[in-house]
Design a protein around this ligand. Structure first.
Ligand code: SF4
Length: 334
């Protein structure tokens, strides 16, 4: 066993720390984590943490979310320069100008965004709940979707709504071409193709399922099929193989990697636990309050979605929606 693994276990217990890792992190990082999940899973897990310290293996916007939802905890991002190019494609000034131009639109903000952009938004969404949250809004409610134009396009496609889309994208998923998908399918004709909604529509249309990373893990676990082509960041192959040892997984292409997600390592976790590396994430209180409001709305609407799903209704969400509209009205009056 790598001696760093036992050293990390010792330091974790000494510091009363918990390690959260995204499914795109390298396999060795996932193996020492207490919880491995997608953006939504990590957001929820961050609200359940009882340890004093959260060691976060992912990119900056995710660690910011954990810090915002856990103001009393110390959140340490193990690799301080692990950012997200898509989150950096939108600026506060740009979003403020778009809101001014469309004052009655609600802003749905993908969690892959900075705390400042979340604070200017009405509701956060993840790739697993964006469609369900959009469906809960009245059909005549106009929407701005930021920053991912491909996830926004997926929401538009599934809901039949017209959205104003910010021109951002994930450089990793934007590289998934329709040619890659069709070629992988020719090589593995028995395999089901699972693709992430951050991929362009022309690639998504050749897939069997469009799913978030958490959605892919659940789908595979419950599927009777045993071969899958995976069209998202290759880190998830480790998660899927570990959870489903009897099933076969093929990356749509070995080139689909996120350089920022690849930065995490056992050494960077050890250094963060020792206080010799990583960065304690601090979000200014005013920004944190605004971002938390949008994140909490997402968490509440996701809970209501489950309730509505059980009831077979996706049209209303009662008090939550009412308070959202009142907030928007107040904002327009300012
Ligand atoms: S995979 Fe894409 S969206 Fe996710 S962190 Fe990397 S660049 Fe950002």
């Amino acid at each position: 066993m790598n001696p760093l693994v036992s050293e990390i276990a010792r330091l974790k217990s000494k510091n009363n720390a918990v390690i959260l890792a995204h499914t795109y992190q390298p396999g060795e990082v996932q193996d020492v984590a207490d919880f491995v999940g997608d953006s939504y899973g990590l957001s929820v897990e961050a609200t359940n943490v009882t340890s004093d310290t959260i060691i976060f293996c992912g990119v900056r916007f995710m660690a910011e979310t954990a810090a915002i939802l856990n103001p009393a905890k110390k959140v340490v991002l193990v690799e301080p320069d692990a950012g997200c190019p898509m989150a950096d494609m939108i600026t506060v000034a740009g979003l403020a100008a778009l809101k001014k131009k469309h004052p009655s639109h609600l802003v749905l903000c993908y969690v892959n965004s900075t705390a400042e952009v979340k604070a200017l938004s009405d509701i956060c969404v993840t790739s697993s709940n964006a469609v369900a949250i959009a469906r809960q809004l009245p059909s005549n409610q106009e929407i701005i979707f930021v920053p991912d134009k491909y996830l926004g396009d997926f929401v538009a496609e599934k809901t039949g709504r017209t959205l104003i889309l910010w021109n951002g994208f994930c450089p990793t998923h934007a590289c998934i071409t329709s040619g890659m998908v069709t070629q992988a399918h020719e090589e593995h004709p028995e395999a089901l193709v699972l693709i992430h909604p951050e991929a362009p529509r022309e690639s998504r249309r050749f897939a069997d399922q469009v799913l978030s990373t958490g959605g892919m893990c659940s789908f595979v676990k419950n599927s009777e099929r045993d071969e899958f082509i995976i069209a998202t960041e290759i880190g998830i192959l480790h998660t899927l193989r570990k959870q489903n040892p009897a099933k076969n997984f093929y990356p749509v292409s070995d080139t689909i990697t996120c350089p920022n997600m690849r930065k995490g390592s056992l050494a960077s976790i050890r250094n963060a636990l020792e206080g010799k590396g990583g960065e304690i994430i601090k979000v200014p209180p005013e920004t944190a309050a605004g971002a938390e409001r949008a994140l909490r709305k997402m968490l509440e609407m996701s809970e209501e979605k489950s309730y509505s799903d059980k009831a077979g209704i996706l049209g209303t969400s009662g008090d939550m929606l009412k308070s959202l509209m009142e907030d928007k009205k107040k904002e327009r009056e300012l």
